[in-house]
Design a protein around this ligand. Structure first.
Ligand code: HAM
Length: 425
């Protein structure tokens, strides 16, 4: 053992450690997500990240995802995949209890999901993803509800409508156009995949590949734009009506974008992606869509569904770009109770219990350090409030509260300390 290299402290490639301050930021985001979703009647669910591999092999997800899954054979010879997304798990769970559940189901979850990707800005091998889905409503009411939630969420983080745009399209519209041109099902899939890669390739390459899908000089996108086919136009009108409904509700940042298709095969209706409007971060933040046939893979009648997945990495980039992440998220306790001497520790613990019973997160010095060093420790721990508690404070019932981040002091009664801190912090 002696001549071995020390182990690396680095995390595995493409994943993150969350030290308490990092996790406090994540919890800040999770709290906002939970508040917004619960307020709209959504209930939280969860599941194990381990799934049978067949769940993803049965054409629920596109090849990209299959190439990106972490899969292994367990000791009982079962093929296992660590979930790359939550939607197949949700569909499985709903299918399993379809007789007991009250529809429509409105559920959300914040799972960590795993994809073997090349780590880069906005892309890691493990991320947290808020999933919000409605199952059991076939018409556009649910599409509208989901889009409103997307907007509500970003507003809850402090974003203005001008900071982001919601670009929506419809797979039905694209299929109608492809069908009108006589493209086969496989060609439609290949064409969608091309559109999905559009922003990752040069304009010239896109045009070259696109030409394979032209019939009589027109490809599906061009047919949609031309507005010359009645069926295609009818689909377009539906989408425009949805967008118009948002506009009349004061949401002006929802726009039609015929190039949005999204990578998954399971989408059947609207698809959308949310974009940052800042030129420095002009990328897709997250997206979703309607998937009416996924639940039926588990047997029984299809259950219509629509929802989205919002990743934490792109969200935090967005909040940082727009200066929307509060600077003071540390996860540190609120109050540090210092002791003039070690003999005061027992009494200070009693004082701490009183503070804790009043919702103040409190830490007590247990060392023999000088009061000066205890204050320094509180500062290094980023604890905002400090009091010393010894015989004098116990007798008088008065303490000197040090507000460490702006070097203020207040003389205050012990009885009103908790209320002061709760109000001030
Ligand atoms: P997705 O577009 O693959 O959709 O992922 C949703 C979001 O998760 C992305 O827009 C992005 O914010 C984030 N994300 C995806 N991959 C990574 C990565 N490697 N690193 C960091 N963030 C990432 C889905 O997964 C669908 N299941 C969403 C859905 C729910 N559709 C309907 N319901």
């Amino acid at each position: 053992m002696t001549d071995r290299e020390p182990l690396s402290t680095e995390p595995y490639k493409g994943v993150r450690d969350f030290y308490p301050e990092d996790w406090a930021k994540m919890n800040y985001a999770f709290d906002i997500m939970r508040t917004v979703l619960r307020r709209r009647g959504f209930e939280e669910y969860a599941a194990s990240p381990l799934e049978r591999a067949e769940l993803y092999e049965s054409k629920t997800s596109e090849e990209i995802v299959n190439e990106q899954t972490y899969s292994f054979i367990d000791r009982g010879d079962r093929k296992v995949t660590i979930r790359p997304e939550m939607t197949p798990t949700l569909a499985r769970m709903v299918a399993a209890k379809r007789r007991e559940l009250v529809f429509p189901v409105r559920w959300f979850s914040i799972p960590n999901v795993f994809r073997y990707e090349r780590p880069q800005r906005g892309r890691l091998r493990e991320h947290y993803q808020l999933n919000a889905d409605i199952l059991g409503i076939a018409d556009a009411k649910a599409d509208g509800e989901i889009i409103v939630i997307v907007s509500d969420l970003l507003r809850a983080f402090g974003a203005q409508d001008a900071d982001f745009s919601i670009r929506i399209n419809s797979r039905t519209l694209l299929s109608a156009a492809a069908q009108a041109l006589g493209l086969s099902v496989d060609e439609v899939t290949a064409y969608s995949a091309l559109l999905d890669r559009k922003n990752k390739m040069s304009g010239a390459d896109f045009e070259t590949e696109r030409s394979a899908f032209r019939r009589s000089g027109t490809d599906p996108l061009e047919l949609i734009e031309a507005g010359t086919n009645a069926e295609v136009d009818a689909e377009l009108k539906k989408l425009e009506a949805l967008i118009e409904a948002f506009r009349s509700h004061g949401m002006t940042n929802v726009v039609f974008d015929p190039t949005i298709v999204r990578g998954f095969l399971y989408y059947t209706g609207i698809v959308f992606e949310v974009f940052d409007t800042d030129p420095g971060n002009n990328r897709s933040l997250f997206g979703g869509g309607r998937y009416d046939n996924l639940v039926a893979l588990f047997g029984g009648e299809p259950i219509p569904a629509v929802g989205f997945g919002m990743g934490d990495v792109t969200l935090i980039d967005f909040l940082t770009t727009h200066n929307l992440l509060p600077a003071n998220i540390t996860g540190a306790p609120d109050l540090f109770i210092g002791t003039p001497s070690e003999a005061d520790i027992a009494q200070a613990q009693g004082c701490a219990e009183l503070m804790r019973s009043r919702d103040v997160n409190t830490l007590v010095n247990v060392s023999g350090k000088s009061l000066g060093d205890q204050i320094k420790e509180a500062v290094r721990r980023k604890i905002p409030y400090f009091i010393a508690y010894g015989a004098q404070e116990a007798e008088s019932g008065m303490v000197t509260l040090k507000i460490l981040n702006d070097s203020r002091e207040e003389s205050i009664s012990l009885d009103s300390l908790a209320a002061f801190i709760t109000k001030d912090k």
